[in-house]
Design a protein around this ligand. Structure first.
Ligand code: PRT
Ligand code: ZN
Length: 225
């Protein structure tokens, strides 16, 4: 059952951000009855519903107003904003807070045996990535003409498989690049999970609930510092 008067928050169902999102909601005092297979979890102590979806769907759900709030990596947010803007779809969100989890960087990498390379090396090369918009914007900014090969997974094997000369992928510890014999180059985006809001939200009750949650969020962040 859905109820449009309840504040709707989209979080990742299962993946790297799920546990941190659930922990954060708990720390904010939101009591949830989470059932593994359910798309929607209702809070029992506040008018809040939590939608559990794939992280890639979160920006669109918030931009279209299907959800009022969402928690998503800035990498996914920035990519979705560029893609939707190109398609003339709503792409605005209010970024309410940068959260202290989900840190990673989107970086260029190439086969280690080629040794250190300058930006000019990328000219005319094929670069595999899951973030074609962010990469294309970077290449345009740097005036590098390279082709972008879109892959939704296993980007790190693309050079070995002969699908690309280099990659542009998320890195956290660097272990995946190392295991695949790749050398890390320039970081083109640093990313954390962030809390976003639909900018057209006008419902007073929902806005006042958000205004109650935000100081708690600041309190949780300060307590960790
Ligand atoms: O199923 P769904 O679509 O929801 O999930 P997903 O598989 O697309 O995403 P998921 O759960 O892997 O990641 C969710 C978000 O976590 C990402 O969008 C980032 O904002 C953030 N995040 C933080 C990361 C990483 N760190 C990370 N290391 N996302 C992915 N990785 C991958 C990276 O792609 C590479 O394969 O981990 C590998 C590199 O890690 P290291 O530690 O070996 O460098
Ligand atoms: Zn995803």
């Amino acid at each position: 059952m859905t109820d449009s008067t309840r504040l709707r928050i989209a979080i990742q169902k299962s993946g790297r951000l799920s546990k941190d999102c659930q922990d954060l909601l708990k720390q904010l005092g939101v009591k949830l009855e989470l059932r593994e297979q359910r798309l929607i979890a209702h809070a029992t102590n506040m008018p809040i519903d939590v939608l559990r979806v794939r992280d890639d769907d979160i920006p669109g759900l918030v931009m279209d107003g299907v959800c009022d709030l969402g928690i998503v990596g800035e990498n996914v947010l920035v990519e979705a904003q560029a893609e939707r803007a190109r398609q003339s779809l709503p792409s605005d969100v209010n970024k309410l807070a940068k959260l202290d989890f989900g840190y990673c960087r989107l970086a260029l990498a190439w086969p280690q045996e080629l040794g250190a390379q300058s930006k000019q090396w990328f000219e005319g090369k094929r670069i595999a990535t899951t973030y074609p918009e962010i990469l294309s914007q970077y290449l345009a900014r740097e005036n590098i003409k390279a082709s972008v090969v879109m892959l939704t997974g296993s980007v790190e094997v693309a050079p070995r498989a002969g699908l690309a000369d280099a990659i542009c992928d998320l890195v956290s510890t660097g272990a995946t690049l190392e295991a695949n014999g790749l050398m890390q180059g320039e970081t083109i985006l640093e990313s954390n999970a962030c809390l976003i809001q639909n900018p057209a939200l006008q419902d007073d009750a929902k806005l006042s609930l958000i205004n109650k949650l935000l100081p708690r969020l600041r309190g949780v962040k300060q307590a960790k510092e």
